[in-house]
Design a protein around this ligand. Structure first.
Ligand code: FRU
Length: 435
């Protein structure tokens, strides 16, 4: 690994504490509203530009969600349907005049089934193609769990349309694979049968104007054969013994760079990407850093990623939620964990699985979905007592204050704010939406 790769160390993770009110999601009310009774949704993202700003299109707010259609509308099988959702996942979309959770209209499937190279469509991002009127690229994870676990960051291209009545899409008939786990910059399936390689997040680096793509990955090397050295440990308190299981935490935030000129011609094929060493690794700490995304602000580079309580290794622990890192020196770091620990917003211990898949926009608004909310007074870890969400949670806001973050506002369910409008003269144009 080159010198630029930063580490989330065991010592950093020992500073993670659930229920700090500045880094904890509010407890969600039991009577939360459901966006649509016929569909269950989870990971969600707003239509955006390649610079990371959320955009409206002709005055409409648009979001994509991973989705499954409910089989039993009486919800009798909701527990099983929810927990097997990854095996039926497709990407759908919603549109709204206001961006307010109360009036999202479900638009149905985004990609044509002819685009699917594998049975499941998992997370990514829906990005307006700069320099075009209405070309839009859906970056996503094309996934199959047999005959072997395959997950390939991919892209399908279409066009967005809107009139006074709503939003619709054309195209999205084929898929281009971007890159695969190579066993050098990240673990492949031969090295780690549980390897993660998904959730592409393309963006322009303002420092050099090039297009890069973040993705979820694991550290290259054989699972169960890592050494957790002093760099992975950090400065540990006297007498602290690193657990032998620590090495099963091997998450990394991967990055690839696109050839100059390829973005303009819409060529996202494998030959045009170069995979680089990861920006951050969590070797010894945690086995999953999912849905990585980036915010450039105040001359700082913020990297955010979601992670689980269940994927911490070696006896470490922390809540499900969004974690983050900050660099004073641009995209390649060095990064240090936000709030010293890395934890940005975790679920409260009274509702440890209430939200997940948090996504932080450039103004610090954070959207997430409701997973499972325990009934009041019931054991929060007993799944029998949960109300299943499958809908968007209240949006919250965090203040980004250098290397610290603070929960500052709570907004409506599924509220999305746009930073700019499309069509525009250029991506940094802040003219109001035209309909
Ligand atoms: C995060 C995530 C993503 C993946 C998707 C599958 O919630 O695990 O990493 O693409 O969900 O449902």
């Amino acid at each position: 690994m080159t010198s630029y790769t930063s580490r989330w160390t065991i010592a950093d993770a020992l500073k993670v504490h659930a229920d700090d009110p500045t880094t904890t999601m509010p407890v969600i009310a039991q009577n939360f509203p459901t966006m649509d009774e016929s569909v269950m949704i989870w990971d969600t993202g707003a239509l955006r530009n390649i610079h990371g700003q959320t955009v409206t299109f002709k005055g409409w707010h648009v979001i994509w969600s991973l989705a499954v259609d409910k089989i039993d509308l009486n919800n009798d099988d909701i527990y099983d349907e929810w927990h097997s959702r990854n095996d039926r996942a497709y990407i759908g979309y919603w549109y709204s005049r206001t961006g307010n959770g109360a009036d999202w209209q479900w638009g149905g499937r985004l990609l044509n089934t002819s685009a699917d190279l594998r049975p499941h469509e998992w997370s990514g991002g829906l990005v307006m193609r700069e320099g075009t009127g209405n070309v839009v690229d859906m970056f996503y994870t094309s996934e199959a769990d047999s005959p072997i676990n395959q997950s390939v960051p991919s892209v399908s291209t279409g066009q967005i349309f809107a009139d006074a009545n709503g939003v619709w899409f054309g195209g999205f008939k084929t898929t281009t694979e971007m890159f695969s786990a190579d066993g050098i910059h990240n673990a492949n399936s031969q090295q780690d049968e549980y390897f993660d390689f998904r959730d592409p997040h393309p963006f322009v680096n303002p420092a050099d104007g090039r297009v890069y793509c973040l993705y979820e990955s694991n550290v290259a090397g054989m699972r169960g054969e890592f050494t957790i050295g002093s760099e992975e440990q950090g400065v540990l308190p006297p007498g602290f013994a690193v657990d032998a299981g620590a090495q099963y935490g091997a998450a990394s935030i991967g990055i690839a760079v696109l050839d100059d000129g390829a973005y303009k011609s819409g060529d996202f094929s494998t030959a045009r990407w170069t995979q680089l060493d990861p920006l951050v690794t969590a070797l010894g700490v945690n086995d999953q850093m999912e849905r990585p995304h980036i915010v450039f602000r105040d001359n700082l580079t913020y990297l955010f990623t979601i992670s689980h309580h269940s994927t911490y290794s070696g006896g470490l622990s922390g809540p499900d939620g969004v974690y983050g890192f900050v660099s004073e020196n641009g995209l390649f770091g060095p990064y240090k964990p936000l709030n010293s620990s890395g934890l940005v917003l975790g679920n409260p211990s009274s509702a440890p699985y209430e939200t997940y898949s948090h996504f932080v926009d450039p103004d610090g608004y954070v959207q997430a979905f409701i997973d499972t909310l325990p009934a009041p007074g019931e054991d929060p870890n007993n799944p029998e007592n949960f109300r299943i969400g499958a809908t968007l949670s209240p949006t919250v806001k965090i203040e980004l204050d250098g290397d610290r973050t603070f929960l500052s506002e709570v907004h409506g369910y599924g509220q999305v704010y746009a930073q700019t409008a499309w069509p525009v003269g250029n991506a940094w144009d802040h003219r109001p939406a035209t309909v």
